[in-house]
Ligand binder design. Structure first.
Ligand code: ZN
Length: 410
């Protein structure tokens, strides 16, 4: 993610408990040979290490849990269950391994059963397991706490907002505006490939709908089900070091590690994202992967007209009256004056905190590019003069309308 996030720690601890409870239940049913789902929840909760699970919301729906167990045990051969459990347990601890250079997820579904199951059994497992674990996710997040009458999804968002004040309306993946009501809880490592991480506290983060779009192809906008680790090479997503190579929600972010600049020609501008020169080489790699995973350059390129329009409005507001006065005596507004305005008023005056993490980042980065790149600045200045001239001629009000058409000079 692109900026540091505070953990919503209350709901996080409940998620941690639920993930552990889910695996403990599978283990319990396997130990006692209960493959038809008909476990007795009182006996399960009576066991010493299991007592804490009586507080877990999953155990408040024993009927649903029986169904999950029945489905699971009919999907995997009984001989593979202990191996599957050990993979889940190891993956649940993935946050302890985030700096390990050789870490791989043992429970990564596409390779987990290689050499363990037959081709047909593997096919069945990779088809069915994501569906079963998707239900655990719903069991947790659609659960309504009696004392609050809110779903865990709503409680997650509420706590996130409370702890991430001033950033709560910014998408941590693309820095675009995000309305929390519409934000989606993204599985950073997709639940379709990492069953253990389906309700894992460090794997779930709210992002905007565009970033979470389910299309997920490189040429399209969103992440979808792509794995953040090695998105460029789909085959290598669980290679050693995959965890060390990415930003992780609540653990490690790209804050103050990158910049963006305008590239291309007028009418065909694109945004390029680059690591800051101060970023270490492993940070540069993480940035590259993040940009690729979320198709960030495309997202920001799509928003160029918005920033161009905002910049044009603010510059017009600053100079339109001066321009009218100058023209009356044969003068004009100079390039230097406009350049100074962009740099001193719009770049240097911007609050650092907004520049670092807010949607101001995109705007300020855009203005920096405009102010420092002659090929960008000259067409902008020309367009500004044109608009001021039209306004002066028509004696239009100096404040432009928000729906001014976008110019090809943006
Ligand atoms: Zn986003």
């Amino acid at each position: 993610m692109l900026f540091d996030l505070e953990k919503p720690y209350i709901i996080h601890s409940e998620m941690k408990l639920a993930g552990e409870c889910m695996v403990a239940l599978i283990k319990y049913c396997n130990t006692y040979g209960i493959t038809d789902g008909q476990f007795d929840e009182k006996s399960f909760l009576k066991l010493r290490p299991h007592k804490m699970y009586k507080h877990c919301c999953l155990m408040k729906h024993p009927g649903a849990m029986r169904h999950r167990m029945k489905e699971l045990f009919s999907t995997l051969p009984v001989t593979a269950i202990p191996f599957f459990i050990s993979c889940l347990e190891e993956d649940l601890r993935f946050d302890f391994n985030h700096n390990q250079e050789n870490y791989q997820f043992p429970g990564y579904l596409n390779t987990m059963f290689q050499g363990v199951l037959t081709v047909e059994e593997t096919q069945k497992a990779t088809d069915q397991l994501p569906k079963i674990f998707e239900k655990f996710y719903s069991d947790f997040f659609d659960h309504k706490e009696n004392h609050t009458l809110k779903t865990n999804r709503e409680r997650f968002k509420e706590e996130y907002i409370k702890l991430n004040t001033s950033k709560e309306n910014i998408c941590p993946a693309c820095l675009g505006q995000m309305h929390m009501g519409k934000a989606q809880l993204d599985h950073y490592f997709p639940k379709s490939l990492f069953p253990a991480l389906v309700i894992h506290p460090f794997n779930i983060v709210p992002i905007c709908m565009e970033c979470n779009s389910s299309v997920g192809k490189k040429q399209d906008r969103g992440k979808g089900n792509r794995v953040p680790a090695w998105p460029v090479d789909g085959e290598a997503i669980n290679e050693p070091g995959c965890l060390n190579g990415v930003f992780l929600p609540y653990i490690r972010s790209g804050q103050q590690k990158f910049k963006s600049r305008i590239d291309g020609t007028p009418g065909n501008r694109v945004i390029k994202v680059e690591p800051l020169s101060t970023a270490a080489s492993d940070e540069a790699e993480r940035i590259r992967r993040h940009v690729d995973t979320f198709n960030l350059e495309k997202a920001w390129t799509n928003r160029i007209p918005f920033h161009f329009n905002m910049l044009m409005q603010r510059t017009l507001s600053e100079f339109a009256r001066v321009y009218t006065d100058r023209v009356a005596i044969g003068g004009t507004v100079t390039k230097e004056e406009v350049g100074d305005f962009l740099w001193n008023k719009l770049v240097l005056n911007t609050e650092d905190t907004l520049y670092e993490v807010g949607y101001q980042f995109e705007f300020v980065s855009y203005v920096i590019s405009m102010a420092t790149t002659p090929e960008c600045f000259h067409p902008f200045y020309k367009e500004l003069l044109k608009r001021m001239e039209i306004r002066t001629r028509k004696a239009m009000p100096t404040v432009p309308h928000i729906y001014d058409s976008f110019s090809t000079t943006c």
